[in-house]
Each structure stands twice: as C-alpha cells, then as structure tokens.
Design a protein around this ligand. Structure first.
Ligand code: HEC
Ligand code: HEC
Ligand code: HEC
Ligand code: HEC
Ligand code: HEC
Length: 393
C-alpha cells in the first residue's frame, strides 16, 4: 500500500516537473507565430520574359510611367525599406521566411534556399546567391511579383503589348483575390495556435469566413488611360494599394453617427460606429493596428472633465500558447454603439463632448520595445466632431 502511494507521488512529481519544463520551453523557445504555407515557403524563381532585360520595376517603369509612379508611393514598393519592417525584421532575428513576402523574388535575396532543416520549414538550408542585387531588393513587392508567371507577363486584357513582352491574359487579375492571396490570405492552423495568427496579421478573417471579397476592386481604383504613352486608352486600375497608411482609405471604411438625448437633468450621447467600407474587419492587417474612440467631456472653460476611451483591437496571448483573447474590431458590415452618460452634476459646467476616432499603426509600448525610432506620427484622426451639450446663448 505505502509502496503504491509513494510511486503515485513520484509519478505525480515527475509529471509536474515535465509540465513545468514544457511550459518553460514554451515561454523561452523562438516563437514561430504562423504556419509556413506552400504558397510562400520559397522565394519566387522567374525567368526574365523575352523582350525585356530585367525583372525590375525600373525596367517596367521605362514604358509604364504612370503605373510605376503610383506603385513607387505604395507600401508594396516600401516593403523592404519600410523602417518599421527593418526594425521588426532584426528584432525577430532576420528570418529568411520574412523575405518571401517582403522581397519575394529570388534575386532580391542574398541567399538561395536549397531546402529545409526541419518540417516546420522555419530553418532553410541556404547558400549565397551570386545574382543577388541589393537595388532590386529595395523594390520590395515589385511589378514582377504580381505580373510575371512562367516567363510571361500576366495581365487583365487579351494580350495587349504581346509584341513587347509575351503576355498571358488572366481573368483573375480583374477582380477577387487576384494575386493578393499569396501574401495576404494566409492560414495559421497548427496544434499550438488556437486561432489563426498568420504572419503580420494580414486579412486573416477572410480564411475564417470563406468569403472571397474583391481585393482588387477596393484597393485598386478604376481609371481609364493608356498603359504606355501614345497607346489607346484602356479600362485599368491605379496602383496605390492604399491601406492603414492612408487616412482617406481608413475614413472610407467607417461611418460614425451621433445621437444625443436629454435625460432628466443629464444627457446621453450614443456614438455608433459601422464598418461600412471594408470587405474585412476594421481594422485589419497586423494585430498592431487598432482604432480608438475617444470621448472627452469639456467644461465651459475648455477644461477636461472626464474622458472615456473605447479600443477596437485584437488582443493576443503569445506565450505559452498563442490564443486570441479578445477581438473588439468591427467585422464587415457590422455596427457597435458606445454610450456616454453626462450626469446631472457634470451638466453644471459641461459644455462640449469631443468625439474623436483615431487609427493607430502600432502602439507606443511596442514601438519602444522593439526600438523603432520614428519621427512621423504613429496615429492619426479619422473622425472628429464636437457636440454642444447646451444651446448656444
Ligand atoms: C519597352 C516597353 C515596355 C516595357 C519595358 C514593359 N512593357 Fe508592359 N506593355 C508595353 C506595351 C506597349 C503594352 C501594351 C499597351 C497597349 O496596347 O495598350 C504593354 C502591356 C502590358 C500589360 C497588359 C497586358 C494585358 O494584355 O493584360 C501588362 C500587365 C504589362 N505590360 C506589364 C509589364 C511589366 C510588369 C513590365 C516589367 C517587367 C513591363 N510591362 C515592361 C510595353 C512595355
Ligand atoms: C508578395 C507578397 C504580396 C502580394 C502578392 C500582395 N501584397 Fe500587399 N503587401 C505586402 C507586404 C509585405 C506589405 C507590407 C509592406 C510594409 O508595410 O512593410 C503589403 C501591404 C499592403 C497594404 C497595406 C498598405 C498600408 O497602408 O499599410 C495593402 C492595402 C495591400 N498590401 C494590398 C494588396 C492587394 C490589393 C494585393 C493584390 C492586388 C496585394 N496587396 C498583393 C505583400 C504583398
Ligand atoms: C500587388 C500586385 C501588383 C503589383 C506589385 C503591380 N501590379 Fe500591375 N496590376 C495588378 C492587378 C491586380 C492588375 C489588374 C487590374 C485590372 O483589373 O485592370 C494590374 C494591372 C496592370 C496593368 C494593366 C493596366 C491596368 O491598369 O489594369 C499594367 C500595365 C500593370 N499592371 C503594370 C504594372 C507595373 C509596371 C507595375 C510596377 C511598377 C505593377 N503593375 C505592379 C497587380 C499588381
Ligand atoms: C469593400 C472594400 C474592400 C474589400 C473588398 C477589401 N478591402 Fe482591404 N481595406 C478596405 C478599407 C476601406 C481599408 C482601410 C480600413 C481597414 O484597415 O480595415 C482596408 C484595409 C486593408 C489593409 C490594410 C491593413 C494594414 O495593416 O494597414 C490590407 C492589407 C487590406 N485591406 C487587404 C485586403 C485584401 C487582401 C483584400 C481581399 C481579400 C481586401 N483588402 C478586400 C477595403 C476593402
Ligand atoms: C505570408 C507573407 C508574409 C510573411 C512571411 C511576413 N510578412 Fe510582414 N507583412 C505581410 C503583409 C501582407 C503585410 C501588410 C499587411 C499587414 O499590415 O498585416 C505585412 C506587414 C508587416 C509589417 C507592418 C509594416 C507596416 O506597414 O506598418 C511588419 C513590421 C512586418 N510585416 C514584419 C515582418 C517580419 C519581421 C516577418 C518575418 C518574421 C514578416 N513580416 C513575414 C506579409 C508577410
């Protein structure tokens, strides 16, 4: 009997130690927060189409001037030079896998990927790439990433420009997920992630709902113009790819309505927020992105009486397991109402309610933690309104 009990005790203690070691490992191990999908496991290896000398945007821009100028201002063109990416990339140990979306073409990368050391494909076997071109790397998500397949240019038309470079018409360029899916709609199903956390967030929610929204339709504004100076006008699209860095784009996603009701001697202000313009969550993308609704009660002397902040954000527990704790973002088409009650006592010297919605590219704590020194603001207002609480004299 005693023997049995002490054996049980030893087994329990060993079990407990094993669990503690396992948890300690989970707390310390390098954290691979996503699944390496076939779609982006390797760099893109493409031949230069006949008629062209190189795959660089610079080359395409020689003829497609306007499209080049638009693309050059987009975050795609900055996917490597972006200072936030640079800091985060080094902070995460400069992993090769990041490059397959941020500088995806083979000769944009210093090393060739020969295979993988492990089944998770986070440890590539590499050797130096003799054709590596740092200028080409600085082009980030360059034209050829979306437009070159099997040594041909893919485009939305019936092979316009075939005599300059071989063109293959591809209907998927016209609408839907198009070429965006490779990097932006990525699965993260794995035993130790309880919800899907794809790299950089991307538009994860699309995979979840199975929806196939028109990324091209919303992120590439329609325009009729020649593709190359001197050629006929065609129905095409602009290449700005606006997102979280564009105030107009974010403002387009959000409808704000304010309802004011007088209640006894106090007042209630109802602010309703609707995701009326984004085909996915608002905000979407990396979990850094968030929105705040800031309600500030101001006195007759413009002094702040009280402040209420409501945050729309995805909150994730990273260790020991990746779990989506809270998600207060707005799904496509949905609304949320936030109330602000001004008490009769506050009404004595309250004069205005300042209603402000701000978009944050990342939060201050994370900025400091990774040592990202930035001079431009990391947040900007997308809606501002002052509500008078008493009739003007
Ligand atoms: C020497 C000039 C030249 C260069 C360089 C060039 N193009 Fe073109 N491209 C053209 C012309 C001309 C057309 C057809 C214009 C028309 O008929 O409206 C065209 C058409 C296209 C089309 C539309 C094809 C379709 O039918 O849908 C795409 C896409 C395209 N080019 C992409 C590229 C990319 C990407 C590069 C760089 C890798 C590139 N082009 C480099 C001249 C050029
Ligand atoms: C090869 C991978 C890749 C493909 C394909 C791709 N993207 Fe991106 N995209 C990126 C990366 C990487 C960034 C982030 C760059 C950065 O901010 O450092 C990005 C950023 C963006 C942004 C955010 C801009 C911002 O303001 O922060 C939008 C919007 C976007 N892409 C839309 C699209 C659309 C629409 C398509 C399809 C037509 C597409 N992307 C195809 C990799 C890709
Ligand atoms: C992130 C993916 C992506 C990148 C990067 C990109 N394009 Fe496009 N491009 C598209 C899509 C999608 C279309 C189809 C738009 C449509 O339906 O007309 C397109 C259309 C075109 C067309 C046909 C005309 C038109 O407006 O539809 C040309 C020409 C073209 N792109 C050239 C370029 C050049 C040159 C670059 C680089 C300076 C570039 N693209 C970068 C995705 C991309
Ligand atoms: C109905 C229009 C609409 C559709 C469809 C749509 N988007 Fe968006 N997207 C927006 C608007 C508006 C924003 C800005 C607000 C936000 O971040 O949600 C945005 C933001 C983004 C961002 C910025 C995230 C960041 O971190 O800055 C990315 C990336 C993006 N969309 C990618 C996509 C992709 C990929 C698809 C297709 C699967 C898609 N979008 C479909 C309207 C749309
Ligand atoms: C599967 C493709 C993919 C991989 C792999 C990937 N990214 Fe990204 N990354 C994106 C896309 C798409 C965006 C833009 C949408 C968004 O904001 O989430 C982005 C955005 C970012 C941003 C935000 C930049 C900004 O505009 O504010 C940072 C930082 C970043 N990535 C860092 C990394 C690092 C570091 C790695 C490697 C550990 C990595 N990424 C791997 C696709 C990828």
């Amino acid at each position: 009997m005693t023997m049995g009990r002490s054996t049980t005790r030893v087994v329990c203690i060993l079990g407990l130690i094993a669990i503690l070691i396992f948890l300690a490992w989970r707390m310390l191990r390098p954290m691979n927060i996503f699944v390496v999908d076939d779609r982006f496991a390797l760099p893109i290896s493409e031949q230069v189409p006949p008629g062209l000398t190189y795959l660089s945007a610079e080359e395409c821009g020689g003829c497609h001037e306007e499209i080049y100028a638009e693309w050059a201002t987009s975050m795609h063109a900055h996917a490597w030079r972006d200072p936030y990416f640079q800091v985060d990339y080094r902070f995460d140990g400069s992993q090769q896998i990041c490059l397959n979306c941020h500088t995806p073409l083979r000769d944009q990368q210093e090393n060739l990927v020969l295979g993988f050391e492990d089944s998770t494909r986070f440890k590539p076997v590499t050797k130096p790439n003799p054709n590596f071109d740092p200028l080409f790397r600085s082009e980030g998500v360059t034209c050829a990433v979306c437009h070159v397949r099997d040594g041909q240019i893919i485009g939305p038309y019936e092979r316009a420009g075939d005599h300059f470079h071989p063109v293959r018409a591809d209907a998927s360029m016209r609408q839907g997920l198009g070429p965006c899916e490779r990097c932006h709609v990525v699965s993260g199903k794995r035993w130790d992630t309880f919800l899907r956390i794809p790299p950089c967030g991307t538009v994860a929610e699309i995979e979840e709902t199975g929806a196939k929204p028109d990324c091209v339709g919303c992120h590439m504004e329609p325009v009729t113009r020649p593709l190359v100076k001197g050629y006929p006008e065609r129905d095409g699209r602009r290449h700005f790819f606006p997102g979280g860095h564009s105030r107009e784009m974010v403002a387009k996603a959000l409808t704000v309505t304010v309802k004011q009701t007088v209640k006894d001697d106090g007042q209630r202000v109802e602010v309703s927020l609707t995701n009326s313009g984004a085909g996915h969550y608002l905000p979407t993308g990396t979990p850094d992105r968030h929105l705040t609704l800031e309600l500030t009660l101001l006195g007759t002397d413009a002094r702040t009486i009280r402040r209420k902040v409501y945050t729309m954000k995805r909150t994730i527990l990273w260790r020991p397991f990746i779990v989506d704790l809270f998600d207060t973002r707005l799904p496509h088409g949905s609304s949320r109402v936030v109330n602000f009650e001004v008490t009769p006592r506050e009404m004595k010297d309250a004069s205005l309610l300042d209603v402000r919605v701000r978009y944050h590219l990342l939060d201050e704590r994370r900025r400091r933690r990774i040592g990202y020194a930035i001079t431009t603001p990391i947040a900007y207002p997308v809606y501002e309104q002052r509500i008078a609480l008493r009739p003007s004299p």
